[in-house]
Design a protein around this ligand. Structure first.
Ligand code: FAD
Length: 432
């Protein structure tokens, strides 16, 4: 009964599936089209900046249990960095205000009663927005659930745009509600922020590939699957440009590629397959400085800061690199890149100078814009309905990827959970 599990795609969904199955007796082969694994969560050497950067800053919350389990198995927990407490420094550029959101650890939201810990100017009745989000269903958008006020403008809006990568007026309230249920509503212990200390690959990819090697699982990079053969309701062969791989009776396949690639590979064999077809971009701007800035206060403690009232949404500091993230960035697609970079740099000077021992220079040493054009599916109610489950009509094939129906928006947690769901759909491991 022991066959081979072929996983097509070495992003977080594919790697999570591989790590789950490796060592259980089933042979595992990951086929990754790129030179290395990681997909939309990867690091690389940028020639212009002459340093290693991530394709985009990624923030994790302690609530992301599947990611933490994966990091535990792959031995990468100590590659994370963060304040170790549920704190988030913020600056509001439009209203010239600074604060550190300091959530109480337990389920009881004691922080809302302590003005120095909560969002300045928030009113307690605004907390109803959270209740509305948690109960939201179907067509409701985030904007339908948010009550006007400082809590919305200074916390829920930025939280929503980052979690959904979609603006609130079109973003699915049900998807954001799922995130709230798994984080804020559990208390601060579920909201401790973490990020990859040295790089996404160093945390999410390299340790996993090393682990898979020790488990005798095979990771084939530069191995793009261009087609599948199907006969009698099962996949019988995989094709690369050079090779064909025949599948034996007990062999199984997880397709863990992006939604458009999955649709191309599978629509000839799965009539009516529907996948998300609208996407949102994420803009990351990396600024290299001659000298590493020395932050103070909660910016120093966290290594990142939320920014409101400008284009910039989050700024991360790693050594002499300041990186800015802007989500739901389709709205800036037509902007001139140089102009956008100048605006963001001026915002950084306003946001950071008060928290640095020395102010930032008038211009950075060098900069690099990274647009991930199809960073995630647009997390609207319509797109959410287009997400297929992991099981398919083909008995030995399952789907994975952040775009499958995980109940979560497109995040690392959603992607990894989809990998585990695909393993379960193939009956390879019983749910733990
Ligand atoms: C800039 C940016 C910032 C983000 N920030 C956050 C964040 O802060 N927190 C968070 O939780 N999430 C964040 N995300 C989302 C997160 O990165 C994704 O949800 C996750 O990485 C998706 O993983 P995946 O495996 O589903 O897809 P992918 O990463 O797209 O993996 C698919 C893989 O399949 C490979 N492939 C494609 N075609 C083939 C083929 N024919 N044959 C073989 N292989 C193939 C690809 O090369 C790729 O490696 C961010 C994403 C981006 C882009």
């Amino acid at each position: 009964m022991v066959g081979t599990l072929h996983i097509i795609g070495g992003g977080m969904a594919g790697l999570a599936a591989a790590v789950d199955v490796a060592g259980t007796g089933t042979r595992v082969i990951v086929h990754e089209a790129g030179r290395s694994c990681g997909g939309r969560a990867r690091s690389y050497h940028d020639r212009h900046l002459d340093c290693r950067i991530d394709n985009g800053n990624h923030l994790l919350l302690s609530a992301n249990s599947t990611v933490f389990r994966y990091l535990g198995i792959t031995g990468a927990l100590d590659t994370l960095s963060g304040p170790g407490q549920p704190i988030f420094p913020f600056v509001d550029l439009a209203e010239d205000a600074r604060w550190t959101l300091d959530l109480s650890r337990g389920r009881l939201p004691l922080w809302v009663f302590q003005p120095h810990r909560r969002v300045p100017d928030m009113r307690l009745p605004e907390l109803q927005s959270l209740y509305r989000l948690i109960r939201a269903k179907g067509q409701a958008t985030v904007a339908d659930c948010l009550l006007p006020g400082a809590f919305t403008r200074r916390l829920l809006e930025p939280f929503s745009i980052s979690a959904l990568n979609t603006l609130s007026d079109t973003g699915s309230a049900a998807l954001l509600g799922a995130v709230v249920r798994e984080s804020l509503s559990l208390g601060g212990h579920a909201c401790i922020p973490w990020f990859a200390r040295d790089g996404l690959s160093e945390t999410l990819v390299d340790p996993a590939v090393a682990y898979l090697n020790t488990m005798n699982a095979e990771v084939r990079t530069q191995s793009r699957i261009i087609g599948l053969d199907v006969a009698k309701g099962r996949v019988t062969a995989l094709h690369t440009a050079q090779d064909s791989i025949a599948l034996a009776e007990h062999d199984k396949v997880i397709v863990a590629v992006t939604a458009p690639v999955a649709e191309t590979l599978l629509s000839p064999h799965m009539a009516g397959l529907m996948t998300p077809n609208a996407f949102e971009s994420i803009l990351n701007l990396h600024f290299r400085l001659a000298d590493a800035p020395h932050p103070t206060g909660s910016f120093a403690q966290c290594g990142f800061m939320g920014v409101i009232g400008g284009v910039t949404e989050w700024v991360f500091l790693r050594g002499n690199i300041l990186s800015v993230t802007v989500s739901a960035a389709n709205r800036y697609a037509k902007h001139d890149h140089e102009e956008l970079a100048r605006t963001i740099w001026q915002e950084l000077r306003s946001a950071c100078d008060a928290t640095l021992e020395q102010p930032l220079p008038e211009t950075p040493d060098a900069q690099r814009i990274v647009w991930e054009k199809r960073a995630t599916f647009a997390a609207t109610p319509e797109q959410n309905r287009r997400r297929p489950g992991s099981a398919t009509p083909l008995v030995n094939l399952a789907l994975a990827g952040d775009w499958t129906n995980t109940g979560l928006p497109a995040t690392l947690e959603g992607a990894m959970r989809s990998g585990i769901h695909a393993v379960q759909a193939l009956g390879l491991k019983t749910p733990s």
